[in-house]
Design a protein around this ligand. Structure first.
Ligand code: PMP
Length: 425
């Protein structure tokens, strides 16, 4: 089938506005490790996809899914060993306090259940989120989608605070003073929720602020924000749909700060492409919620999903992928800093492990976002056979986030291609 025909059929069925990457959309037919192949047989280095975290079509995960699918797949109201085997292994990799699991099929549902639990636990409604974020597509979670709503909440009982950003700092501040300025906004939001009678239920943020563009956080921001939220009786929810399973060079994104959330939500990489997501929480909170609310998810935690999740954890462990993300990631980051010495358009290089944000600016003093250049660079890279994307409220931050089996040779290929693409801008 040719690409034009496929596009026409897709437009008719899914709509022209359904998001598609690149000026010339890509028709992918095969994946293997860090490589993707299009319908014409052209090979692309995948530096974008975090869902196939341990590598596209990893044989161990494919085998686990196939074996279980050939034996039994069914909804989740029967006893099955897979869910407990997986749940015990997963929670065993987290702080002891995070011991109870709600499995879902999407990150959106995981955040939905987290919001419901926080509101149930506190008996209050108010949720704080950042002003350039996205956490999913249910009605309650969409209320937090400030990234697509000019920084404003998109529904009731939500207040957005500025995300912590050391590159474009609030009021030009730095260090602890910058941290305090951001914390002041959280304090004000909590006070306003209380005055308005909404009450304060908690704060839902991504601990690495992935959709915001991976900002370098001012000192102790997460520690102090969590303490503030808890002191006001709120629940700390970390959305680790993007930052988990080794992505940042640690198993969990929150390990970088040492702050353990009360609820942790997971998704994208959890099943390496199989739709598996969930919320992990403290037992008292989870049990109290279960006592009062009939929460049931037909597919969430089914035997095949749990087999996939378990296989993902096994691969991460057996192949040392967390360490790999850390080691290869530091090579890439050093290379990105070198490129920044050569190309003035690179305003800032950020990220850890195998997750990078490269902010493009028209000039380094004014920091005017170079949005068009980011789009052009991403398209140029695709033409050269390397897939990356872009993020941030100005859409000017190159986003690179390959499967974490990315090796040194792939890092070299990425960096030489970036050099070439920047030289063409
Ligand atoms: N949380 C974050 C941080 C995300 O980036 C996304 C998706 N981009 C979601 C939640 C929603 O996940 P899903 O699309 O699986 O519902």
């Amino acid at each position: 089938m040719n690409t034009a025909e496929l596009l026409a059929r897709r437009y008719r069925l899914i709509g022209k506005k359904a998001p598609l990457f690149y000026d010339q959309p890509l028709h992918i037919v095969k994946g293997e490790g860090v490589w993707l192949y299009d319908a014409d047989g052209k090979r692309y280095l995948d530096v974008y996809n975090n869902v196939p975290n341990v590598g596209h079509c990893h044989p161990h995960v494919v085998e686990a899914i196939s074996k279980q699918a050939a034996q039994l797949n069914v909804h989740t109201r029967y006893l099955h060993e897979n869910i407990v085997n997986y749940g015990e292994k997963l929670t065993g990799l987290l702080d002891d306090s995070l011991s109870m699991l709600f499995l879902t099929c999407t990150g959106s549902e995981a955040n939905e259940v987290a919001l419901r639990m926080a509101r149930h636990h506190t008996g209050k409604q108010g949720i704080i989120c950042s002003n350039a974020t996205y956490h999913g597509n249910t009605t309650a979670v969409d209320a937090l989608a400030t990234l697509f709503n000019d920084g404003k909440p998109n529904g009731p009982y939500v207040k957005a605070v500025d995300f912590p950003d050391s590159y474009r700092p609030l009021n030009g501040l730095s260090g602890e003073a910058l941290t305090d300025a951001y914390l002041q906004q959280i304090e004000t939001a909590i006070a306003d929720f209380n005055t308005e009678g909404t009450g304060f239920a908690g704060m839902l943020i991504c601990p690495i602020f992935a959709n915001e563009g991976l900002p370098d956080l001012p000192p102790n921001y997460l520690q102090k924000a969590a303490a503030l939220v808890r002191a006001a009786g709120g629940v700390v929810i970390f959305d680790e749909v993007q930052s988990s399973f080794g992505r940042t060079g640690k198993m969990w994104g929150h390990e970088h700060s040492g702050v353990t959330p009360d609820i942790l939500t997971l998704g994208k990489p959890m099943g390496n492409g199989h739709p598996l997501a969930g919320a992990v929480c403290k037992a008292d909170m989870g049990n109290a919620y279960r006592d009062d609310v009939m929460y049931f998810n037909t597919f969430g935690g089914n035997p095949v999903s749990c087999a996939a999740g378990l296989a993902v954890l096994e691969v991460i462990e057996q192949e040392g992928l967390v360490e790999n993300a850390q080691q290869v990631g530091s090579i890439v980051k050093a290379g990105l800093h070198k490129l920044a010495e050569k190309y003035q358009i690179i305003g800032d290089v950020r990220g850890s492990g195998l997750f990078f944000g490269v902010e493009l600016v028209e000039d380094r003093l004014s920091k005017t976002p170079a949005t068009a250049a980011a789009a052009r660079l991403s398209n140029l890279m695709k033409e050269q056979g390397v897939l990356i994307s872009k993020i941030g409220r100005y859409d000017n931050i190159l986003k690179m986030r390959p499967p974490i089996c990315f090796a040194q040779e792939h890092a070299d290929l990425l960096l030489s291609n970036l050099d070439l693409a920047f030289s063409k801008l």
